[in-house]
Design a protein around this ligand. Structure first.
Ligand SMILES: O=C1O[C@H](COP(=O)(O)O)[C@@H](O)[C@H](O)[C@H]1O
Length: 215
């Protein structure tokens, strides 16, 4: 964070949703950090209003953002109110292009993209065998989980990050992890395999998730 702020004047991070990162967000909320220099994005969002119990933004606000003096302008929530996910995805992509000063076709490098992984090996809202996995020319696209739509970073945007951190917990993730780390497996069946960033990649696993992985 210090390097990013010293070199570029700000630190940009995309967050994951679901249940795993909540304790991390609660811990970050008690830190004294240069909040005015930190810009928060989300790697994916469920297509629900921001006050809906399934909203990744709501979880993050309750666990972290509502408890710290981060300027509202530094919170780059995914829009979900157009009643059309493709419209909201396009609007959010435009927002990212303007914020990072990139033109269509260019991929900005966030300082950190924090990711989770589901027991089907999805990450962000890049689900197995869905159209979102083939989107390589956009920053943001529409994801699909069991016919319910979401908004998600594309995998090339994730891969452009300076640092990608997976946070994975629970024994139910073991079979998916085994396939993600296997020398050969299908990327479209196990989407987390598509994450091969140009920058650093870290996998933080709890003991239950990592039990059967060989170093
Ligand atoms: O639906 C989602 O699931 C993944 C994994 O969530 P977890 O609760 O199993 O950790 C999460 O990374 C993603 O952001 C979220 O929308």
């Amino acid at each position: 964070m210090a390097t990013a702020i010293n070199e570029r004047g700000q630190f940009t991070i995309a967050l994951s949703g679901g249940s795993t990162p909540k304790p991390l967000y609660e811990a970050i909320a008690s830190q004294k950090l240069p909040w005015d220099k930190i810009h928060v994005f989300w790697g994916d969002e469920r297509y629900v209003p921001p006050d809906h119990p399934d909203s990744n933004e709501l979880m993050t606000r309750r666990a972290w953002l509502d408890k710290v003096p981060i300027p509202a302008a530094n919170i780059h929530a995914v829009p979900t109110l157009a009643a059309n996910p493709a419209v909201d995805a396009a609007q959010h992509e435009k927002h990212l292009q303007e914020f990072f000063h990139v033109t269509p076709g260019q991929f900005p490098s966030l300082d950190v993209v924090l990711l989770g992984m589901g027991d089907d090996a999805h990450t962000a809202s890049l689900f197995p065998h869905t159209a979102a996995l083939k989107v390589c020319d956009r920053l943001i696209t529409v994801g699909n989980k069991d016919n319910s739509q979401r908004i998600t970073f594309t995998y090339p945007l994730i891969n452009a990050a300076r640092s990608v951190i997976f946070l994975v917990a629970g024994a139910n993730k073991r079979p998916a992890l085994a396939q993600v780390f296997a020398p050969v497996a299908d990327d479209f069946t196990y989407p987390s395999r598509l994450i091969r960033p140009q920058g650093e990649l870290f996998w933080l696993l709890d003991a239950a998730a990592g039990l059967e992985l060989k170093p």
